[in-house]
Design a protein around this ligand. Structure first.
Ligand code: NAP
Length: 424
């Protein structure tokens, strides 16, 4: 019978699925103690600060995380930052294995002139801002423009565009941050353009997301029929199932007669961003029609880029092209990586389950004799740590505060407020 200690850094979906995989790999001969280390005072990662507030079903996966957390062999050390409160070397010296599950939190850059003008921001800022991430609560998000342009044709672009184009009272029964609901209620944005550099046949949206658009009750959604016809002509007969499903979903939207709502979301295909222009702030985005020199411009006061993410580097861990350098999840002796930090920002939340299981199987294969060399608790001194029971108090307080308002929860946005709710 051998007992091993594993530290998982990052309490998001990848971290919880790695812990769950280790729990499931236990047997009469092999057991684990798992310490889950998280920078924020709250766990759940993108389920809390990424998933769109109007998609509450996706967040029900948090029930799985709480089951993992309370199974008996997992401890939460939240509000503890790797590189600040503890080091990778500290962890490597004490644990039989360290698993990096820190995700991809940095927005990719377009690399075009004007990208840093006020009024241009990444979804990596806008999304955590509306989701009450404490580090983004003070971002200035100016919604005093009538037109916003979202760059990118993936599900994050779709989330961002929906949040900007929904009738804001639709957000009242959601867990959107209070400051964001207030900003959306006074927003002047009435047209949101989603711009894709390639055609509809290459869009990275998934069809369930496209199929929910015609159901929006207060927003016109516009796709030009011609764009779909041209895409169909380009793909011909030999069309992949997913592409067909997407084009079918887009054709349904294109066939709709705009309902005359005040708010509109429209899709602009074959638009390669060339420059963001403006005097002191964003005033237009200049595009070329992809594959040609033909230029056109969309006047707007807000640009949000949703073109993918990169992992934030950790000291002493090799990085390349926005990911931790790894071979099937192995990084170095007794160090592993899972989730977006491993494979880049792809797949849905559930993708991390099978991904983490494969890596944890390799971790088990690599195990030698247990180290018995202590754990994180001897490193933290008087650091303020949010444990599972503190988190449960925060969670219960947020849910209770939401109940009276008809929301699934009312998120606290300030670190001190969060610590206070937890009784830390
Ligand atoms: P994504 O799906 O990879 O989409 C990125 C988009 O950005 C693509 O359309 C890409 O176009 C475009 N892009 C990249 N570089 C560009 C550039 N320089 N100029 C213009 N466009 C550029 O990424 P994501 O939307 O960030 O989503 C990340 C992952 O999370 C995805 O797997 C997504 O499905 C998932 N997610 C799922 C949900 C959900 O299930 N509801 C919600 C949100 C996110 P090209 O294809 O031409 O490169």
């Amino acid at each position: 019978m051998a007992h091993y200690k594993v530290a998982i850094v990052g309490a998001g979906p990848a971290g919880y699925f790695a812990a769950q995989a280790l729990q499931n790999l236990q047997n009469d001969e092999l057991t684990f103690s798992i310490d889950l280390i998280e920078r924020l005072p709250t766990p759940w990662g993108l389920v809390r600060s990424g998933v769109a507030p109007d998609h509450p079903k996706i967040k029900t996966v948090a029930k799985v995380f709480e089951k993992v957390a309370t199974a008996g062999n997992v401890r939460l050390f939240a509000h503890v930052e790797l590189g600040k409160d503890i080091s990778m070397e500290d962890l490597k010296a004490r644990y039989d294995a360290v698993v990096i599950a820190t995700g991809s939190s940095l927005g990719k850059k377009l690399g075009i002139p004007g990208e840093d003008l006020p009024g241009s921001m990444s979804a990596a800022t806008f999304v955590p801002w509306y989701n009450a991430h404490p580090d983004f609560k003070d971002e200035s998000v100016d919604l005093s423009t009538s037109t916003a342009v979202v760059i990118g044709a993936g599900n994050v672009a779709m989330d961002v565009a929906r949040m900007l184009a929904l009738e804001p009272s639709e957000l009242d029964p959601t867990d959107t941050a209070d400051h964001a609901i207030a900003a959306f209620k006074s927003s002047a944005v009435r047209t949101v353009v989603i711009s894709a550099r390639r055609g509809p046949e290459h869009a990275a949206f998934t069809s369930p997301e496209l199929r929910e658009l015609p159901k929006l009750e207060h927003t016109n959604v516009i796709i030009e029929k011609r764009d779909i016809a041209e895409a169909l002509a380009r793909v011909g007969e030999d069309i992949e199932k997913d592409v067909k499903s997407n084009l079918d979903a887009m054709a349904l939207i294109a066939d709709q007669v705009p309902a005359g709502h005040e708010r509109t979301m429209k899709f602009q295909f074959l638009a390669t961003p060339k420059e963001i222009r403006g005097e002191g702030k964003v005033q237009e985005v200049v595009f070329t029609k992809t594959g040609t020199d033909e230029e056109f411009s969309i006047p707007c006061g807000l640009v949000i880029t949703a073109i993918g993410y990169e992992a934030a580097p950790l000291d002493g861990i090799p990085y390349e092209r926005g990911k931790v350098v790894n071979t099937e999840g192995r990084v170095a002796e007794n160090v592993y990586v899972v989730g977006w930090a491993k494979r880049g920002p792809s797949g849905v939340i559930g993708t991390n389950k099978s991904d983490a299981l494969e890596v944890m199987k390799l971790l088990v294969e690599d195990l030698k004799s247990p180290k018995n060399a202590g754990d994180i608790s001897e490193l933290l001194g008087d650091a303020v740590v949010v444990t599972q029971s503190h988190w449960e108090a925060i969670n219960a307080a947020e849910i209770a505060a939401g109940e009276t308002l008809g929301k699934p929860r009312r998120k606290a946005v300030d670190r001190h407020e969060l610590l206070g709710l937890g009784g830390v």
